[in-house]
Design a protein around this ligand. Structure first.
Ligand code: ADP
Length: 334
């Protein structure tokens, strides 16, 4: 961690509303978000503008965005501790992204990972994807964030944000910089959560277990996790098995040790392990599923949370945008 977080630290983080959140997202990001949001002034926004680089269906975008809000609230996000809102409720981020675009060399964006990967796969990228890191920079800088919790793979985007902030300050206001230079807060390295087929769990591989999956649908998924074909009585290596990799995430230390030794001893089949995993997933999220059902019955409350979060965010954004317009010479007549 670059420096110890203090109560003045402003933390921001964006959440993609581009599909159903899964347990890979939970262990890789959401759990840390929930933990952080209560400790620091934070802005958590549902990045619907970003999602538009791939989602072009109004009903889906609206639904995914509301689902993320419901999911976070059900998983313990306390809206009185930090702000939760949709990105497009602060449309000034797109204005700021535009200003950053005018300052950024194309060559820097060509090196950005998300764009480069897409092009390398032979897919055509839209200009939104190309400019994505600058919208991300605007999302961070418009709230004066000092810390951005990210996985190690996201470090490059924060580097771009730091460059943009420095370039803006240098160009327009070297003696009285507008933007603080944010630091990445690299989240504890979390093991990649495997999906049903053993590859990284990801909505793009269609191999996910949703955080709120339950009943028959959950059972069907767990039972379909790919394992080798060792017979029931054979000793097994827990560290080479997908089911055990998932069990490890949910189990207590004792449970983990007990199940690992059952694997090694033989006479413990993958069917047993899957039943155990099913029980663990079901229990871990039982309360959250209940809370989510309750929230579904209160859509007005969820909208109020988002509205209130947005109004706090806009206030912070306004302070920065007023100065940005002033130092860049953008006239505003109202
Ligand atoms: P997806 O791969 O399903 O599209 P995202 O790229 O939207 O997921 O990831 C959102 C967050 O969840 C990121 O912080 C990412 O690091 C984390 N995450 C996603 N999948 C996994 C996984 N299988 N294991 C651990 N963390 C993950």
């Amino acid at each position: 961690m670059p420096h110890p977080p203090s109560p003045d630290t402003v933390v921001v983080s964006g959440i993609q509303p581009s599909g159903v959140l899964h347990i890979g997202n939970y262990f890789g990001a959401i759990r840390q978000h929930i933990d952080l949001h209560a400790r620091h002034r934070s802005y958590y926004f549902i990045v619907n503008y970003h999602a538009m680089t791939t989602v072009h269906d109004a009903t889906a975008l609206r639904q995914y965005s509301l689902d993320v809000a419901l999911d976070y609230l059900a998983l313990g996000f306390d809206p009185s501790a930090s702000s939760l809102f949709v990105q497009s409720d602060v449309p000034e981020v797109t204005e700021l992204a535009w200003i950053f675009e005018t300052l950024t060399p194309v060559s820097q964006l060509e090196k950005a990972v998300a764009y480069k990967d897409k092009v390398a796969k032979g897919l055509s990228a839209n200009a939104g994807l190309f400019n994505y890191p600058l919208l991300q920079a605007a999302d961070i800088l418009i709230y004066g964030a000092s810390l951005v919790p990210v996985g190690a793979d996201q470090k490059q985007h924060i580097e771009i944000t730091r460059d943009v902030a420095a370039r803006f300050n240098q160009t327009f206001c070297p003696d009285d910089p507008v933007f603080p230079i944010p630091e990445p807060m690299i989240l504890d390295e979390v093991a990649i959560v495997p999906g049903l087929d053993g590859r990284k769990m990801s909505k793009s591989y269609n191999n996910t277990i949703g955080i709120f999956d339950e009943g028959k649908a959950l059972k069907k998924k767990v039972m379909s996790i790919v394992t080798d074909s060792a017979p029931l009585e054979a000793p097994k290596d827990p560290d080479a098995d997908n089911v055990f990799s998932l069990i490890k995430l949910f189990a207590t230390d004792e449970e983990r040790a007990e199940i690992a030794s059952a694997y090694r001893a033989g006479g413990y089949g993958y069917g047993h392990a899957k039943k155990e995993l099913l029980r663990m997933i079901s229990n871990t999220f039982a309360e959250h599923r209940e809370k989510r059902r309750e929230l579904e019955r209160r859509p007005d409350y969820v909208m109020d949370v988002l509205r209130d979060g947005a109004s706090r965010a806009r206030e912070a954004a306004d302070t920065y945008m007023r100065r940005v317009r002033e130092v860049t010479g953008l006239i505003r007549t109202h």
